[in-house]
Design a protein around this ligand. Sequence first.
Ligand code: FES
Ligand code: FES
Length: 165
Amino acid sequence: MTIELTINGKSHKVEADAATPLLYVLRNDLALNGAKFGCGLGQCGACTVLVDGKATLSCITPISLAEGRQVTTVEGLGTAEAPGPVQAAFIELQAAQCGYCIPGMMMSAQGLLQSNPAPTETEIRNALQTNLCRCGTHMRILAAIRRASELMQASLGPVANKRAG
Ligand code: FES
Ligand code: FES
């Protein structure tokens, strides 16, 4: 069947079974390889994308559930020339070792910061709880998210910061 998906603001028509995991379509049909296949079972977070702004495990999300919604992948956060705040913070803090978990970490962070630009340490840790890193990069990742929060608040300006606080 034909399913229409909106990914990073762009519409795509995909011929696939409605139960096909969103991750497969992103990687195999649309060449959006940022989201990674880790466990395929909803247990590692490597495949995290945003669906209507909410961090979502794309390996266990059928494309039928993504239809008519806004899907954002790590490619939608910025470019190499103009990285978004989360990407810029991860680069600045060099928050990666092998890098396999990082797109998922970034998308969980983005989902958190979009709804809560000034999260507490506990809120950051809770939001990232389902994202695993086998390299043990956690402390740098947490530092990068705190930095991304600063960058995002700076871009929102003083009025928005007051509301977020
Ligand atoms: S690949 Fe989706 S949670 Fe592990
Ligand atoms: S940096 Fe290697 S899994 Fe996280």
